[in-house]
Design a protein around this ligand. Structure first.
Ligand code: NAI
Ligand code: AKG
Length: 438
């Protein structure tokens, strides 16, 4: 860790993500001479390639704007680099390195042949017109296109990148290369996308959660749930929670959170989340006004007494103080759905107090899993039905859960899902790295 910190100064999120993985896998590494001889730890924590580029675009006032663009190609031992693009004001190289690193283990857990990558920009979509988003995406792809390809690196969406942005990016890729191919996932249904991809991360986290509950002799039906965020992932999670008979009482934005004691459980309420996200304003308050719910400004939803909490917004959005509040209020399960949504001390708190905690790299793997299924459909030039994709997604989430239990069950019976996910995800990639040589 000392060496890693010295080599990656001022990248606290990357160090946080690395420390968590290394703490989980260190015994596995130390007891496996192959991993030691092959310097797997040293090699897996260093990205294969980092592309950093300038993104120049014109705003509606005809001013030239400049942003940073990145693609981190972290590890491709088990398949082409795969992972989303994030457009968010707080993006730095260190943010994308943590996300790319997490993606290696998550993609491995899905059982599909995908390596780990991530990219994005410090571009802030808030308040931007559709025309500005289009010009930004075009410029971003003009730099990115030479580094990606269906068998090389396949980006997708993440924060600030949804169906609209993937469309603009894919359009520019086609203009530059003349190729209509599976180079991005999250595409529209008419031009190569997969059914269920938009909802996949949210659906997947609820399927995973139900597995967790079943493993504890419980069921999601009738549970009261706090969700943060109101974006793509939160939308899918709220929709599936409703279908499974649970009651979601909160969503949130950077401006505060909504408390809806009746539950966010009508089509009108759930579809309004899509409208709110598409507005590009990044505020959740209008939901309260429209549906007569409570809006609590400047606060996070973790102060509401619930059975289950699902962070679905951004990294480190739930800290140790929030963890203690949830505990005091009787939370039983915390299913991290944002990438690294909980701070390291919050995760420690849950584990120490034996609260069931599932890490993002396991619970949110449904999104990239259906991206992998989109790649398969593109290769075969076939489209599966929603029922077929959903059944495969469910099966993948069930398998990930089983892998976490196998590697994470402790002597007192507590399932340490963090350890389980890290060990299961790591072994497959490490073995491939040994097989492939350096
Ligand atoms: N889109 C996908 O397929 C996947 C996304 N994820 C993760 O899920 C999380 C949500 O992603 P999406 O829903 O796709 O993005 P999105 O852009 O649709 O939604 C992001 C949400 O985060 C909130 N947010 C942004 N900055 C914030 C801040 N500083 N404080 C509080 N809230 C903030 C926004 O208000 C919005 O509700 C992210 O952590 C992402 O990495 C994980 C796996 C797959
Ligand atoms: O679908 C993908 O390729 C990646 C989704 C993503 O960004 C993630 O899993 O965090």
């Amino acid at each position: 860790m000392k060496d890693l910190e010295a080599r990656n100064p001022a990248q606290p999120e990357f160090i946080q993500a690395s420390r968590e993985v290394i703490e989980s896998i260190i015994d596995v590494v130390n007891s496996n001479p192959k991993y030691l001889e092959n310097k797997i730890l040293e090699r897996i924590t260093e990205p294969n390639l980092i592309h950093e580029f300038k993104v120049e675009w014109e705003n509606d006032k005809h001013e030239i704007m400049v942003n940073k663009g990145y693609r981190i190609q972290f590890n491709n031992a088990i398949g082409p680099y795969k992972g989303g693009l994030r457009f968010h004001r707080a993006v730095t190289l260190g943010t994308l390195k943590f996300l790319g690193f997490e993606q290696i283990f998550k993609n491995s857990l899905t059982g599909l042949p995908m390596g780990g990558g991530k990219g994005g920009s410090d571009f802030d979509p808030r308040g931007k017109s559709d025309a500005e988003i289009l010009r930004f995406c075009r410029s971003f792809m003009t730099s990115l296109f030479k580094y990606i390809g269906p068998e090389i690196d396949v980006p997708a969406g993440d924060i600030g990148v949804g169906g609209r942005e993937i469309g603009y990016l894919f359009g520019q890729y086609k203009r530059l290369t003349q190729q209509h191919e599976g180079v991005l996932t999250g595409k529209g249904l008419n031009w190569g996308g997969s059914l269920v991809r938009p909802e996949a991360t949210g659906f997947g986290t609820m399927y995973f959660a139900n597995e967790v509950l079943h493993a504890h002799g419980d069921d999601i039906k009738g549970k009261t749930i706090a969700i943060s965020g109101f974006g793509n992932v939160a939308f899918g999670a709220v929709l599936k929670a409703k279908q499974l008979g649970a009651k979601v009482v909160t969503i949130s934005g950077p401006d505060g959170y909504i408390y809806d004691e009746n539950g966010i459980n009508t089509d009108e309420k759930i579809n309004y989340m899509l409208e709110l996200r598409a507005s590009n304003n990044d505020v959740v308050a209008p939901f309260a006004e429209k549906f007569g719910a409570k809006f609590i400004p400047g606060k996070k939803p973790w102060e509401v007494p619930v059975d289950m909490a699902f962070p679905c917004a951004i990294q480190n959005e739930l800290n140790a103080e929030d963890a203690a509040t949830l505990h005091k209020n009787g939370v039983k399960y915390v299913i991290e759905t944002s990438n690294m949504g909980c701070t390291a001390d919050a995760v420690q708190y849950f584990i120490k107090n034996r609260i069931v905690f599932a890490p993002g790299k396991a619970a949110n793997a449904g999104g990239v899993a259906v991206s992998g299924l989109e790649m398969s459909q593109n290769s075969m030039k076939l489209n599966w039905t929603a029922e077929e994709v959903d059944a495969k997604l469910k099966n993948i989430m069930t398998n990930i859960h089983a892998s976490c239990v196998k590697e994470g069950k402790e002597s007192d019976g507590y399932i340490n899902y963090v350890k389980g996910a890290n060990i299961a995800g790591f072994k497959k990639v490490a073995d491939a790295m040994v097989d492939l040589g350096y």
